[in-house]
Design a binder for this molecule. Structure first.
Ligand code: HMG
Length: 440
């Protein structure tokens, strides 16, 4: 069977940076470590006044196509995953295709375009749709362009405000991919939940604490469902484990539960239970409550063990490096985590060809999806081509007052007199002027 998967990746960050420890925490009167240690975030990316989900997505897709030497004739579908859409009828992919047609001397009239919505998991769902389209043989030799683009903004004063972010990830899905092949096996955990939603409103209504529990519950279901088709998983099955990363502290919790689950009935569990002095089996407790409490204590001690720390530092921590500097990108977040892990491996001369990644996507509302990916031989060139470090270094660092200004500029609901003052000059890129034209 021909391999199908991710052939190329481009990351486009919003061009402004809000430093959480230096700028956000003092303005809020908070201890900076709540953000840097508790949430695990250093900074958020924000869109400048002339950036939005269309320009960030189009700029990412443009660079990807140029780098791969593609023209519109090579692309058979464009799917945009977003939860920041501004149009209930016309999909964001049409706006992005319109931008790209300005720079390629060809149109995308032949390409099927759409927009996928299921909170943050929609980026992965779009990849699945592209995978299925190619597997079904309907692609006529063409590739799919999947763009996950969001401005993840919360109302000012919302507890989620520190986790904001903005950026786009463009991915090319093709036969014989250069980066990763996707597994046919998938696991899902899905339920009707109302902890995070945006019914006809720009900023989410969030029950933050509950959203953490719902993430963990759906992820647990997805892991079990994945095991029901792929077989029991062991912590060492995966070289990297990119999770949906609203903030790295969330992944710390999810990784601990994943590890606890995957070491069950193994020698590792026996050894650790002995070291910790606890028995992690339900039979040992006389009520569910006592079991849950004991499991919590067992997990707290488990994550302090050398075995766990070594596993976490190798398999999970590398996937969080970019996220720490950019915040939550909603649909792009798990794809940033994958790129971050691969970039770390490249920078540390690791040979990942043939290695397995376990990718754990999640979207509020709520659905988790788990699948495996096999790293392909072209991964090094593709990851080396990313210019994400340069983009991060070039961000303009905003003061708290400038943050309030730019937050108002991007607040569609606010009748604000904020002038759309930009902090950076656009350079040969798509800029928002109502129609997404190229800048100077
Ligand atoms: P909060 O309630 O303000 O923070 O916001 P907290 O008091 O829970 O503190 C956060 C952590 O910092 C805690 O660590 C504190 O102990 C620690 P934990 O106990 O959880 O391990 N802390 C400190 N550490 C060191 N020094 C200090 C200090 N102070 C506190 N001084 C909350 C947290 C998650 C509620 C908030 O960020 C929020 O509402 N976020 C938005 C919702 C969210 O991201 N949920 C995550 C799961 S749902 C999801 O991922 C989907 C999503 O991406 C949307 C989609 O799918 O579309 C959001």
């Amino acid at each position: 069977m021909t391999a199908v998967g991710i052939d190329a990746i481009e990351i486009r960050t919003g061009k402004l940076e809000l430093d959480l420890a230096e700028t956000f925490a003092p303005a809020k009167g908070d201890d900076p470590e709540k953000y840097t240690k508790g949430l695990g975030l250093h900074a958020s990316s924000f869109p400048d006044a002339y950036e939005d989900i269309v320009t960030m997505g189009a700029n990412a897709a443009h660079r990807l196509m140029e780098r791969k030497g593609l023209t519109p004739a090579d692309i058979g579908r464009i799917d945009v995953a977003t939860e920041s859409a501004f149009d209930n009828s016309k999909p964001v992919s049409t706006y992005i295709a319109g931008c790209l047609e300005q720079v390629f001397d060809e149109d995308f009239h032949h390409a099927n375009k759409g927009e996928r919505k299921f909170a943050c998991v929609a980026g992965t769902q779009s990849i699945d749709d592209a995978y299925n389209w190619i597997r079904a043989g309907r692609h006529r030799g063409r590739s799919a362009l999947v763009i996950a683009t969001d401005t993840a903004l919360y109302a000012r004063g919302d507890p989620g405000e520190a986790t904001q972010g903005a950026g786009a990830v463009a991915m090319l899905i093709s036969e014989d991919p250069d980066v990763v092949e996707l597994s046919t096996e998938q696991g899902f955990g899905s339920a009707d939940e109302t902890d995070f939603l945006k019914p006809n409103q720009q900023f989410p209504s969030v029950d933050g604490k509950r959203s953490v529990q719902v993430y963990l519950a759906r992820m647990r279901e997805a892991v079990r469902d994945f095991e029901s088709v792929a077989g029991t998983i062991h912590p060492d099955d995966f070289t990297l484990l990119p999770f949906h990363t609203p903030f790295p502290g969330m992944v710390r919790k999810a990784a601990a539960l994943a590890y606890r689950h995957t070491i069950r009935d193994t020698e590792i569990e026996e050894e650790l239970a002995e070291d910790i002095g606890r028995q992690p089996r339900p039979e040992a407790f006389d009520s569910d409550e006592a079991y849950v409490d004991a499991m919590g204590e067992y997990t707290d001690e488990l994550v302090e063990t050398d075995q766990y720390r070594d596993w976490y530092d190798r398999v999970v921590d590398p996937t969080l490096e970019i996220s720490r500097e950019v915040g939550n990108w909603y649909t792009g977040s798990v794809h940033v985590a994958r790129a971050s892990g691969l970039k770390h491996a490249l920078e540390n001369d690791m040979d990942l060809t043939g290695a397995t990644l376990g990718v754990a996507s999640y979207g509020s509302g709520a659905q988790a999806e788990v699948h495996a990916e096999t790293v392909q031989s072209g991964w090094e060139d593709e990851i080396a081509a990313l210019n994400v470090d340069e983009q991060l270094d070039n961000r303009y660092s905003i003061s708290y007052e400038e943050y309030e200004h730019i937050h108002d500029v991007h607040n569609h609901d606010k009748d604000t007199d904020a002038e759309a003052e930009a902090f950076t000059p656009p350079e040969g890129e798509f800029v928002f002027d109502g129609w997404g034209r190229m800048g100077e």
